[in-house]
Design a protein around this ligand. Sequence first.
Ligand code: AMP
Length: 531
Amino acid sequence: MSGDDDFVNFHQMELDDRILKAISIVGWAKPTLIQEKAIPLLLEGKDVILRARTGSGKTAAFAIPLIQRILNSKSNADEQITSAFVLTPSKELCQQTRQAISQLSSLCGKLIKVVDLSSNDTGAQKHVLSERPDIVISTPGRIVHHLVSGNVDLKKMEVLVIDEADLIFSYGFEKDFKKIVEFLPAIYQAMLVSATITEDVVEMKKIVLHNPVILKLEEPDLVPESQLSHQRILAETNEKPAILSALFKLHLLRGKNVIFVNTVDRCYKLKLFLEQFAVKSCVLNSELPTSIRCHVINQFNQGKYDIIIASDEKMLDDAAGTTSSKKDKESGVSRGIDFQCVSNVLNFDFPLDVSSYIHRAGRTARGTNKGSVLSFVSIRDQAMNDKVEERLKAGYSSEETIIRNYQFKMEEVEAFRYRAHDAWRAITKVAVHEARIKEIKQEIFNSEKLKGFFSDHTRELEVLRHDKPLKTVKIQQHLSTVPDYIVPNSLKRIANSTNKRTRSTHFKKYSLAKAAFESQINNPLSCKRKK
Ligand code: AMP
């Protein structure tokens, strides 16, 4: 780990001003550990193997030196060439990488052209490739198609990046990978990023890297406690909906939230429940088409939604490779999908094993941002809660309790219990089933619209929303507002003292003073919200 004395900040890395400005626009105050170590090595032109987990800032670790290198070579280039190729195992990662590169090169004018081959149809790609974009990003299958068809020429490529390298072979792309190598020039700089250094990665290394520096940064799979807080509310099944509605309606949870439940049905049940309280949310589960999942995540990252309800953490962080769908192996891989600026992970249903807890927790406190995990723990969950606690203590080498009690007084929100009880009971199995079908139909319809649109038709995409009410349960209008008499006393005092203000200002005000009511849930992040 870097000591404070030898810490290297972005502005000490001799980066182009345009990159530095883009970094400050994105709002990153300092490099993450892997950026601090990898960027200088890559700027020197070294081959690097980087063992890094998702969320460690690995994309920018390779994107920043890549952009710098292209800016350098463009200043005295006399022809346009494709000088960098980024290989990733999934369409989602291609998209995410393209967005990161576009953001970091946003002030370079049209100097840096980047194309993601996973998005458009192959005909359109052929045209784009004929213009020799500076950076080509692709999944193995797509690039092989274009290489074999002669649509793309990588013979002048200077930099090769392989992201999530351990997944490339394990998802069955070995043959494609070896084919790609046949089209590469003899000399280039290579960077390989991988969560684990498996035998496959070692084999890949032999094929594409020359005497690389291996950066195995000793990063724990959990970010430090100072960055990520763990809290719980002891709640039985029948109490959970009331607490959840109180948390949202009293604005005790601020920022963006990912709520986890244990089944797809629960996902819809919770969405229908929140819908009755006029709290909008999107669902995310493995039943939805990949393009939709990507679109939901993109819009969430842009700040269009505040709440995602997810039913399957493995779909979101697929370390086990369980989603390597045989139907479309390039769209099933979700490891590395990035939810940006998530303030809170809320375990509405406590995870069924320790690694699920860790995966879920990994959705927040990304990069250098802060985050919190808040879990509802029933008596039945207690044993698993203890196992998680043990794991966290070991991870943090601490004797102290890690998952602290969130100070929540059930009696203070008694009125929410009645309202929530009615709302929860109104959601029958039939309503959930209908909602599930309705959502899928709606999203498949959206998906048709989305085909090939991701990169080119951003305006049209704006109008597609995924948090529309499903309306398979009768909406009870009175639930959408919070009458004064049900606001807990500890918050009322503050609300009353500001009675000249508007209602929305009231809420802002007492969320500021929520410390009286809750312990401290970690909050907002430096992330900028775009509405
Ligand atoms: P990655 O590991 O590339 O998936 O990045 C995880 C998240 O960290 C992304 O949301 C980035 O926007 C964010 N990030 C990357 N670098 C930094 C940084 N230096 N400071 C704060 N956040 C960062």
